[in-house]
Design a protein around this ligand. Structure first.
Ligand code: PLP
Length: 398
């Protein structure tokens, strides 16, 4: 019997040559310098394990009292987070808990899109969006960012992509992997365009708390200030508390009253259909959020130090123009982008680095960079591994 499968699941399921090379490199006993590591729970940070486990085992965790928006105690903790981290007022009724930012996107796609609807998304950006959109029958329309002493929004290019099917614009703030914040002027321009074209603004702020310059000229959270258009701010524990295994995230919805009320009423029905949050993590959320600072400090120290190592190694190396490597400007997040000579395709280059230097990096095309010659390095690995990986990378090009 031949089963029928949906067209949206017609994926190429065979591993790519890069995935196979990575698998082989990981299986071998020789050390691998993994500059793709992005799981904070395996990067040697110290967590308050006893406190976390205590927070997860409160007697209330055994009760089932579902609330489609999330338990009040947990939503209050998220509201407090915005008050503290962004001087922003988010009422509890505006907050919806989800198991991940990915699930939050899916709720919003279902809220705003019909099959064939379009969502605008920056390029380069985080690669998971394509799968999320496919699963909800939404079309992603990329708008380019351009680099000129920092990354900028090409507003004209964005406007040119708007069609009658467009429903929303996604902004990642700061963006992954370019690590740039949307400026206050860009925010204003985006809000103007969204108002003119009746689009919602979806802002992913999972890396908001990881600004390198804490004296911060960094623009604040989109939760802060006025909201002339329907604005959804997304974040979650996977980056805010470096606890991806907890599966807790949220949507904070803002906007003019009538449309905000309509949006949240509909969103509640979507959330009620799944009731996907579990009780233990919701009861633990106040503790997990209140105790985020220690691990955030460790991560910021690590990424700043690794960035300094990368810069020092790049500056020390004597390059000819043909072999030069340069790091792009970055304001926050867990990644750095390095411009490298385009010796071969991005995938072939990443495979050669694995096989010849035992260094794992992400080629830029994973994130939608135009053309070859871009590598994305995670700044999370421990400093010794990062320094050795960087040395090997530079050695390869020299
Ligand atoms: C920009 C961005 N959004 C969302 C996520 C996923 O977050 P979650 O674990 O909450 O789904 C990631 C993960 O790296 C990310 O980089």
């Amino acid at each position: 019997m031949t089963l029928q499968f949906s067209a949206r699941t017609r994926w190429a399921l065979q591993p790519t040559p890069y995935a196979l090379a990575l698998q082989a490199a990981r299986a071998s006993s020789a050390p691998l310098f993994d500059l793709t590591a992005s799981n904070p729970t395996t990067c040697g940070f110290e967590y308050d394990s006893a406190g976390i486990l205590r927070a997860l085992s409160q007697p209330e965790c055994l009760e089932y009292e579902p609330d489609p928006r999330g338990l009040p105690i947990a939503r209050r903790a998220v509201a407090n987070y915005y008050a503290e981290a962004a001087s922003a007022k988010a009422a509890m009724e505006q907050i919806f808990l989800t198991t991940s930012t990915s699930e939050a996107y899916s709720y919003l796609f279902r809220l705003h899109c019909d099959p064939g609807s379009e969502i605008l998304i920056a390029q380069p950006s985080y690669p998971l969006f394509e799968f999320l959109a496919d699963l909800d029958d939404v079309r992603l329309m990329p708008y380019s960012l351009f680099y000129d002493h920092g990354w900028h929004l090409d507003l004209a290019a964005l406007v040119a992509r708007i069609t009658p099917e467009t429903r929303a614009v996604i902004v990642v703030h700061p963006n992954n992997p370019t690590g740039h914040f949307t400026s206050a002027q860009e925010r204003e321009a985006l809000e103007r365009v969204c108002r003119e074209h009746r689009l919602a603004l979806i802002v992913d702020e999972v890396f908001l708390d990881y600004a390198f310059d804490s004296s911060a000229k960094n623009p604040s959270s989109f939760a802060h200030g006025e909201h002339p258009v329907l604005t959804y701010v997304l974040s979650g524990l996977s980056k805010v508390a470096a606890l991806p295994q907890m599966k807790a995230a949220w949507i904070a919805a803002f906007g003019p009253a009538p449309i905000l009320n309509e949006a949240t009423a509909r969103l509640e029905v979507i959330a009620d259909t799944f009731l996907s949050m579990n009780a233990p993590v919701q009861h633990a959320l106040p503790y997990l959020l209140a105790n985020r600072h220690s691990v955030q400090r460790q991560i910021l120290e690590r990424v700043r130090r690794n960035l300094a190592v990368l810069d020092a190694r790049l500056a020390d190396s004597r390059w000819t123009d043909a072999t030069a490597l340069s790091r792009l400007e970055v304001q926050g997040g867990w990644y750095a982008v390095v411009r490298v000579p385009a010796l071969c395709s991005g995938e072939a280059l990443a495979i050669r680095l694995l096989q010849e230097q035992r260094v794992a990096v992400h080629p830029g095309y994973f994130y939608g960079f135009d053309g070859d010659g871009w590598l994305v390095l995670s700044l999370l690995p421990n400093c010794e591994e990062f320094a050795e990986g960087t040395d090997r990378l530079i050695h390869f090009f020299r």
